[in-house]
Unconditional design. Structure first.
Length: 163
């Protein structure tokens, strides 16, 4: 939302440094903010370069923090995290490096915990419908099929007596 009075580059810089000091930011998000604030492209490029020089802005640091937080708090899988990072303008090699830092054992445990919690909430007790619901849910969370199919099968098979 544009304000009635455009920001000066110095005021925009102060806002961006305060924002970056609070939490990690993606370069693409900051560029959109600068555009929305009415900052000229040349001034925006200079501001972004200055933020990078002063280490307020670092896409690699942002990608690592984003991966950690989205897995831990949102229970997202690698596919969804990668897609969202890409939509923020993060380069593919940075995305790949950030995703490679996810511990495989922790990731598998996150899939198991997330799907176990979802299975407990299923109202339909038919095993086939429960399986379909869990598969859709896991895919919507961005987990890879090769990772979640065995977990879903194990959950359905171990709880067949409950259904």
């Amino acid at each position: 939302m544009k304000s009635s009075r455009p920001l000066t580059p110095q005021n925009a810089y102060l806002r961006l440094t305060a924002l970056c000091a609070r939490c990690e930011q993606a370069e693409g998000d900051l560029r959109r903010k600068l555009h929305d604030w009415g900052i000229a492209p040349a001034d925006a490029n200079a501001l972004i370069d200055r933020l990078k020089q002063e280490r307020y802005l670092d896409n690699e640091r942002f990608a690592r923090a984003y991966c950690r937080d989205k897995l831990r708090f949102n229970h997202w899988g690698r596919t969804k995290i990668a897609y969202m990072l890409k939509s923020k303008g993060i380069e593919q090699d940075i995305i790949d490096n950030a995703l490679s830092e996810i511990d495989d054992e922790h990731y598998k445990q996150e899939i198991l915990d997330t799907l176990t919690a979802k299975a407990a909430t299923l109202k339909n007790k038919d095993p086939q419908q429960a399986r379909a619901a869990l598969l859709r849910f896991a895919a919507s969370r961005g987990f890879e099929p090769s990772e979640f199919y065995p977990v879903v099968s194990r959950l359905i098979n171990s709880s067949d007596n409950e259904y």
